[in-house]
Design a binder for this molecule. Structure first.
Ligand SMILES: NC(=O)c1ccc[n+]([C@@H]2O[C@H](COP(=O)([O-])OP(=O)(O)OC[C@H]3O[C@@H](n4cnc5c(N)ncnc54)[C@H](OP(=O)(O)O)[C@@H]3O)[C@@H](O)[C@H]2O)c1
Length: 323
């Protein structure tokens, strides 16, 4: 007998929901059943676009026996309450990054999910990306690691509105916006995934008029090794990320989704690896979520990484307040 398809409902109707729905359409065993929104017309329009069977409010999807799981793609400040409610309704949950804003909130969700016997996963695409598997496999060629420099710096298309004094969700402190939560999280997560939790860190942030951090830098200390992270939503980087060891250096085009990874030997030799991956970078997280549900698999390692990253986010916030 074949496994029944996982029936997913979404909440939040911005572009990322469309990208996620497209990723779902590329994964076996899972489909978009319903779309929810705070607005009925937006829900209906997004449902038509995503090929969902119906639309409604978040209450409707949580109450429906036709929904097995929810995808939460609302502003960061809404994730915790929405995830708590979904778990209480017995739904599996995949929640956009950063999953929540504190390690304690995450620990609470993890415990509730365990009690309810549902899967809880952060939609952290980097973790499941084949490019990151390649980076991991090449670390052994670098010799003793000494320095890494990871960056995600891309000016937001909405920054002009911030400069014009308009309110923009992603730059709104009340909605847990800002560069650390939006892009710094990729750098921190990649760092913890590749090198583990650092012994200590220093950080500085650049505030913008809306009251959030527009950019920031973290310096993380490991035994005999240092990592610097740079993230920005108000300027863009023109250089790659790097991991340097005593035998060679990896040059990585995009730390959130590596597609070109070059190994530069200490003798100057160069070997470039191109990563073959679906154009939609969310496919791998959807596959992981579907597999965990179908197999009753253990998400605790994934959840631990999310918790460790959230603890570091809190530490960066503490040592680098936005001024
Ligand atoms: N993985 C990725 O590559 C990626 C890319 C972009 C964003 N994201 C993540 O996706 C999430 C959404 O980001 P976004 O920039 O798309 O956010 P957004 O545009 O501010 O909000 C997304 C949706 O949430 C709903 N919403 C707005 N305010 C809300 C509130 N106060 N309470 C509940 N729902 C609200 C809205 O839908 P309705 O009004 O229709 O309910 C809106 O379309 C964030 O966590 C972000 O980090 C991930």
């Amino acid at each position: 007998m074949s496994t029944p398809e996982i029936r997913l409902a979404t909440t939040g109707t911005s572009v990322i929901t469309s990208t996620f729905a497209d990723a779902v359409s590329q994964v076996d065993g899972i489909r978009i059943e319903a779309v929810s929104s705070r607005d009925g017309e937006r829900a209906a329009a997004k449902a038509a676009e995503c090929g969902a069977n119906w639309s409604g409010t978040y209450d409707d999807v949580l109450a429906s026996p036709l929904v097995d799981a929810v995808y939460i793609a609302s502003p960061n400040s809404a994730h915790h309450a929405q995830a708590l409610r979904a778990i209480a309704a017995g739904k599996h949950v995949i929640v956009e990054k950063p999953a929540v804003t504190t390690e304690a909130e995450w620990a609470e969700l993890v415990e509730r999910a365990r009690q309810a016997d549902v899967v809880l996963l952060e939609a952290m695409r980097t973790e499941y990306d084949p490019g990151m598997d390649l980076v991991r496999s090449l670390l052994a060629d670098l010799g003793r690691l000494r320095h890494a420099s990871l960056r995600y710096e891309k000016q937001s298309s909405r920054y002009a509105k911030v400069l014009a004094g308009e309110r923009v969700n992603m730059f709104d402190p009340a909605l847990a916006g800002g560069a650390l939560n939006d892009l710094g999280v990729y750098c921190l997560h990649a760092m913890v995934m590749l090198f583990g939790v650092p012994d200590g860190l220093a950080a500085a942030s650049v505030g913008v008029s809306s009251g959030v951090d527009g950019a920031g830098t973290v310096l993380a200390r490991y035994p005999g090794f240092v990592v610097d992270l740079s993230y920005s939503k108000i300027s863009s980087s023109a250089i790659a990320s790097e991991i340097q060891g005593e035998e060679g250096t990896l040059v990585i085009d995009d730390i959130a989704a590596p597609r070109s990874v070059e190994l530069v030997g200490i003798d100057g030799s160069r070997v470039r690896h191109d990563v073959e991956a679906p154009e939609n970078p969310l496919v791998h997280e959807v596959r992981r979520f579907a597999e965990l549900i179908a197999s009753g698999g253990d998400a605790s390692a994934d959840q631990r990484l999310t918790g460790q990253t959230l603890r570091l986010i809190e530490e960066v916030r503490r040592v680098a307040p936005v001024v």
